[in-house]
Design a protein around this ligand. Sequence first.
Ligand SMILES: *[C@@H]1O[C@H](CO)[C@@H](O)[C@H](O)[C@H]1NC(C)=O
Ligand SMILES: *[C@@H]1O[C@H](CO)[C@@H](O)[C@H](O)[C@H]1NC(C)=O
Ligand SMILES: *[C@@H]1O[C@H](CO)[C@@H](O)[C@H](O)[C@H]1NC(C)=O
Length: 302
Amino acid sequence: PAMAAKGGTVKAASAFNATEDAQTLRKAMKGLGTDEDAIISVLAYRNTAQRQEIRTAYKSTIGRDLVDDLKSELSGNFERVIVGMMMPTVLYDVQELRRAMKGAGTDEGCLIEILASRTPEEIRRINQTYQLQYGRSLEDDIRSDTSFMFQRVLVSLSADLYEAGEKKWGTDEVKFLTVLCSRNRNHLLHVFDEYKRISQKDIEQSIKSETSGSFEDALLAIVKCMRNKSAYFAERLYKSMKGLGTDDDTLIRVMVSRAEIDMMDIRENFKRLYGKSLYSFIKGDTSGDYRKVLLILCGGDD
Ligand SMILES: *[C@@H]1O[C@H](CO)[C@@H](O)[C@H](O)[C@H]1NC(C)=O
Ligand SMILES: *[C@@H]1O[C@H](CO)[C@@H](O)[C@H](O)[C@H]1NC(C)=O
Ligand SMILES: *[C@@H]1O[C@H](CO)[C@@H](O)[C@H](O)[C@H]1NC(C)=O
């Protein structure tokens, strides 16, 4: 079936004046105390491109860096979501990838999510920007930070092709990865159907029974993104909030990075898959100004 995309919740504001927004933000942060509501009422209702214009206007009319000011005035998850919204899309992905690999431990979920869900063109830009931003290669960082099997998938995803003649892998596994990482959606959906016809098993079932850990997670993410990307993100959001505690890294990243792209579709899938709205989950799992912003990015109840 064709993807019936409904799109995002965050749109460009009409009657937009970057200078006026910059002044409103300065007023909200100047002197003692911070007017969080004023910050939300500007930034949550502008799209990413307009937020960049506001940052530029802030610099040229006030002579200060907006992101620095926001960082010094805000704190906690509220700061993280606002600062995330201020980042150009590719740079935000790049920073998340770096955060996921920096220091001890690796946020493998973040690596998988970004590399499996972005389009080949987005991956190319992420790869370039990563190099520019940090002076090191994304591929090398992935290689030094992850275990072998998992590494093969991620490097294939970021390189968008799989080198022939892999030594440590059996031929079937190499073929399997080559196909999965090829990212030709129509071809892959056809392969999944054929796979089911021949083996009487869903490709997901086979992955689950034959692989484990992060390697399994990565393969499943690729399949899910190919089948239905907004359902994949609905699942990411659900898992970030279900049960005790909240995975705020994931919640913030998905809400910020999908708000302009497919949040409406994610909401629809969320409701269908989990019987409750994304809005009600966010409302129950977060609080304060952090919650206010996330609910605006969510864009309404279902
Ligand atoms: C995406 O997945 C959901 C839930 O599994 C399903 O109901 C919906 O029809 C799918 N959408 C598309 C376009 O395949
Ligand atoms: C934007 O607002 C500023 C300050 O109020 C004003 O000087 C400027 O003319 C406005 N720009 C446009 C394009 O309306
Ligand atoms: C990624 O960037 C590096 C430079 O850092 C370049 O050598 C490499 O070819 C790029 N890979 C892809 C898939 O674009």
